[in-house]
Write a protein that binds this ligand. Structure first.
Ligand code: FES
Length: 506
């Protein structure tokens, strides 16, 4: 059933492991058997009412089912950019772990002729990079994932050509960017080194193909480039982000942060750059949150304090169904302001859950998930600044890349200590990976050496090998005291030993 539903756009947040309940379906007609995973995750009452986990069901008969899931909100890019005209058409591809964005451009005018987006077809084998790596190291797994993604991008390019009504033979160049795991899986490189300490691969460089090698219906000589990664799990999506924000050419010190399951951070200027990745966990995407969901209809996306009470904004003006990443950050910021949540992250007065807007509640473990995520990012930023011999005050701008960076309330991000910079220094930068891929389409032939020089100037910092990381991480898991602007736990509070999980996956 999983493949059938996936083809219809249904998502499987835990990769079909039967752990997350994110694929719940309501069987209205027909029979599906129940296995142990479903008995574990669904209550007896739910099972009796016909609820099942789609990822655990075998299709044995015709069924009528009902399911309510979110639409994928995929961020494309419309940013104007400077370019030197080039002949032919080009395709830019942002290959994300969850989503895919492709744009067809006329390189003589810089005009975007068509856009196509999709969920990454590999997602049915795992929602995050580590589960994709685990699937990839198993027998035939990497080959299966490679074929899936190559076919999917090839088919999206066919759709672009069809939509723009242009001859496919005019496509001269395709640029793909993505994180290190996406890079390795697409290019057919061994992902095994990414599955174990120190999580480093030796094959991070630019990979070039001809369209004919990939079986794509383009001129067989069309060039396809997967841009190089920067180190560890910091991939070419961040290299593209550096191109898009011009970070490496500026005199001032600037930073770029991509907030996702794997937070990627880069800071620097024309003298040099430092980058790192850190396992933030999926809280920013609304996953592993008791009532978490994507930012779509029914999600509480904003929480404000008015007259000592919370006021929630629900996307789509419908009754609330869950909490997305931006709502979670706001809710915790509001809880701190109302003193319902202590700087340690514990609820005040021993309450176990806080009702934001019925039936949506914030639980103690939701706050813990957010602390893990924001602690990892804040610690990463602090350590990179430290290695640069700088402090937060030296940073001119901090760009937030990606969809979450676009929607997060900067004041709330500051209140919870995710970002310690004044809001005027923080800027939502949109889909910088896609913009960087587009810029690379306008580079003259033979200019690929500039990527090598950028890689050479960017040093990767392995946070898991940094002696100070664990302490900094634990410190950053606490919320700043109101108005104090300081980091860490409240006076007299000690970190909760059960909540400490400072070992990053990357
Ligand atoms: S339970 Fe997670 S995808 Fe089915």
């Amino acid at each position: 059933m999983r493949d059938l539903l996936f083809a219809q756009g249904v998502e499987f947040p835990c990769g079909g492991q039967g752990r997350c309940r994110g694929c719940r379906i309501h069987v209205l007609e027909g029979q599906v058997s129940v296995n142990d995973a479903q008995r574990e995750r669904l209550s007896a009452e739910e099972l009796a009412q016909g609820w099942r986990l789609a990822c655990q069901c075998m299709l044995e008969d015709d069924l009528v089912i009902e399911l309510r899931q979110w639409d994928a909100a995929i961020l494309v890019d419309e940013t104007p950019f400077a370019f030197v005209p080039r002949p032919g058409l080009g395709v830019a591809v942002d290959l994300g772990t969850t989503t895919l964005v492709t744009q067809l451009l006329d390189r003589s005018t810089g005009r975007v002729l068509a856009v196509r987006t999709a969920l990454n077809s590999q997602a049915r084998f795992g929602a995050d990079v580590m589960s994709r790596v685990q699937f990839g190291v198993a027998k035939d797994g990497a080959q299966q994932l490679r074929e899936l993604i190559r076919q999917q991008i090839g088919s999206l390019i066919e759709q672009l050509v069809f939509a723009a009504k242009v001859p496919e033979a005019e496509i001269a160049d395709v640029v793909v960017v993505g994180n290190t795991v996406m890079h390795h899986l697409f290019c057919g490189l061994d992902v095994e080194p990414l599955s174990r300490y120190p999580f480093e691969s030796e094959h991070l460089g630019l990979q070039t193909f001809r369209a004919g090698d990939l079986g794509w219906k383009l001129s067989s000589q069309a060039r396809v480039r997967f841009l190089p990664c920067l180190g560890g799990f910091v991939g070419s999506d961040i290299l593209a982000g550096i191109l898009a924000t011009n970070l490496s050419e500026r005199e001032d010190l600037n930073g770029l942060v991509d907030l996702g399951t794997n937070g990627e951070i880069v800071i620097g200027n024309r003298q040099g750059l430092l980058c790192a990745s850190t396992a933030a966990g999926p809280a920013f995407e609304g996953a592993r949150i008791s009532m978490g969901m994507r930012a779509s209809t029914g999600a509480i996306s904003e929480v404000k304090v008015e007259d000592h009470r919370v006021n929630c904004r629900v996307l789509g003006n419908v009754p609330p169904q869950g909490l997305c990443g931006s709502g979670l950050v706001d809710a915790v910021a509001a809880g701190l302001e109302l003193e319902r949540i202590q700087p340690s992250g514990r609820f005040a007065n021993g309450i176990g859950a806080w009702e934001l807007a019925a039936p949506v509640v914030l639980t103690q473990s939701d706050i813990r998930e957010l602390q893990l995520a924001k602690g990892a990012i804040a610690a990463g930023i602090r350590i990179l600044l430290d290695r640069f011999g700088s402090s937060a005050g030296d940073l001119k701008k901090l760009y937030l890349a990606g969809a979450f960076g676009n929607y997060i309330n900067r004041a709330s991000a500051q209140r919870i200590g995710l970002i310690s910079f004044p809001s005027e220094k923080v800027e939502a930068a949109g889909n910088t990976a896609l913009l960087g891929a587009k810029l690379a389409l306008f580079q003259p032939e033979g200019e690929d050496g500039s990527f090598a020089s950028l890689r050479h100037r960017t040093k990767h910092v392995a946070l898991n090998a940094d002696q100070g990381f664990q302490d900094t991480y634990v410190e950053e898991m606490g919320f700043p005291n109101a108005g104090a602007g300081v980091w860490g736990l409240g006076a007299g509070e000690t970190p909760d030993p059960n909540a400490q999980n400072p070992v990053p996956r990357t």
